[in-house]
Design a protein around this ligand. Structure first.
Ligand code: ADP
Length: 443
């Protein structure tokens, strides 16, 4: 997963934790805030009522109960404007401490849950209890409104911080993207953009320098290896040719006995194989050193037909069927036609070598929007998944077919494909067969 997405995920995760924390604690806090708000309203009302009582006397509030029990101590007031606003005044035996409680009261026949402030005071040498209440429905309404507001504020803050975080992360990771782009554009170490990365983040400039140093080292190692292979191959070809000529002369003299003659012929074959290996190495090294020309244009389907006719005899020897599906003619340029021939030949040659008797080979060529895809498919022994990675390495071979094998066919295919900026895809299933697809970029 990309670093940017990981950071974004971590950020979102921490935000979710914060929201979860808030969602757990916030309802309690908001309810408490609503209660505190209502309590402070009650205290204000109490101050107002006491102010009126002190100024105008109790008569403002008292509705004299004229019932049958007028002689009893039932002189009290019950002043209710709305069911939500409850004010009650009644005489009591003695003062108690003022409190605020949640309790139920019967108002005009309805039992209503109220938040009630109880205030005790003396008036005309009588103890009075003043109760001022607010309906709990009001507390609930307030609670709902506060919750909604808190939720929207929380959502806005979280969204804003997530967006700001994403923007900052994106900005901070720009140098990393540039390094990534440099590496993606580098097909060969020498093509690496060695110009220093402009950034104020030390870690990224250090990373850029380190990659640059490594590219230099890889480039040096590559050059040494290429030079060595080219020189050794070149130097070896001459003595091999001399030996071959000598052996030919010995055979031509005709004075060898049969046993010696057989050995000379075997030595000639060994020298022939050695020469083939050296030629392959030399060709690979020439292509890698950009010493091969690339000025031809090649009609790919036609080229594939030429490869097919070249291997016709080998196909009939092994009783292998060939099916071609080449589509419309297409010319690819600039290219090296003979190298492309060698590349396709090696792939088809392997498809024969590693096929099963009476097997089939399918060669197809398809022109897509930005690519030409040439696929060579066989019904052969297939390649073990653990070996697929290394089949393009030089001298790597997992050959169980008993046929002549040097482990240089696929490295050459890869080198020629690279030379033409083409990609190679391998799909294989053991016992069922393999498909090698060369993808040319024509965009
Ligand atoms: P060589 O064929 O001379 O051994 P290559 O470089 O062409 O060398 O191939 C390397 C190895 O990849 C082979 O030894 C073989 O194990 C495997 N291989 C290549 N092509 C195929 C194929 N079409 N089917 C199965 N195995 C293959």
């Amino acid at each position: 997963m990309k670093l940017y997405y990981k950071l974004a995920l971590i950020n979102s995760f921490t935000r979710i934790l914060i929201i979860a924390g808030f969602l757990v604690f916030l309802p309690g806090l908001i309810y408490q805030a609503a209660i505190t708000h209502v309590d402070s309203r009650l205290e204000k009302k109490e101050t107002k009522v006491m102010h009126i009582i002190n100024k105008k006397g109790l008569s403002e509030f008292i509705i004299i109960d004229t019932g049958a029990t007028s002689s009893s101590d039932s002189t009290y007031a019950d002043y209710t404007m709305f069911k939500e606003n409850f004010v009650s005044l009644e005489p009591v035996k003695e003062d108690e401490r003022d409190t605020i409680v949640t309790s139920q009261r019967d108002i005009e026949g309805d039992v209503i849950e109220l938040r009630i402030l109880k205030h005790y005071f003396q008036y005309d040498r009588t103890h009075w209890l003043l109760e001022i209440g607010e309906s709990m429905a009001y507390v609930e309404d307030l609670n709902t409104v506060l919750r909604r507001i808190a939720f929207y504020i929380l959502l806005t803050i979280v969204t804003l911080t997530v967006l700001i975080d994403l923007g900052i992360t994106q900005y901070l990771l720009i140098p990393l993207r540039k390094i990534e782009a440099k590496l993606l554009a580098t097909r060969r170490p020498e093509k690496f953009d060695f110009s220093p990365l402009k950034t104020t983040t030390n870690d990224f400039s250090y990373l850029d320098r380190t990659i640059g140093d490594m590219m230099h080292k890889i480039q040096d190692a590559f050059n040494i290896e290429k030079e060595f292979i080219a020189n050794v191959s070149h130097e070896l070809l001459t003595p091999i040719s001399i030996l071959q000529t000598r052996l030919e002369n010995m055979l031509a003299a005709g004075n060898l006995n049969e046993e010696v003659e057989m050995k000379v012929i075997e030595s000639q074959n060994t020298l022939g194989r050695l020469k083939q290996i050296i030629r392959s190495l030399l060709l690979i090294s020439q292509i890698e050193n950009n010493q091969a020309p690339k000025e031809d244009s090649a009609n790919i389907p036609e080229l594939l037909k030429e490869v097919a006719s070249e291997i016709e005899i080998r196909l009939s020897e092994k009783n292998i069927k060939l099916e071609l599906s080449l589509g419309e003619d297409f010319t690819f340029k600039p290219c090296n036609r003979s190298l492309l021939f060698t590349m396709f030949f090696n792939l088809v040659n392997n498809a024969i070598k590693y096929n099963k008797p009476n097997g089939t080979i399918y060669i197809s060529c398809a022109k897509k929007e930005h690519t030409i895809e040439v696929a060579v498919k066989d019904t052969g022994i297939g390649i073990a998944p653990e070996n697929i990675q290394s089949i393009f390495y030089r001298f790597k071979k997992f050959n169980a077919s008993g046929e002549e094998s040097y482990g240089l066919g696929l490295p050459m295919v890869k080198t020629i494909a690279n030379f033409h900026n083409a990609e190679i895809k391998v799909e294989s299933e053991q016992g069922k067969g393999s498909t090698f697809t060369v993808i040319f970029n024509i965009a």
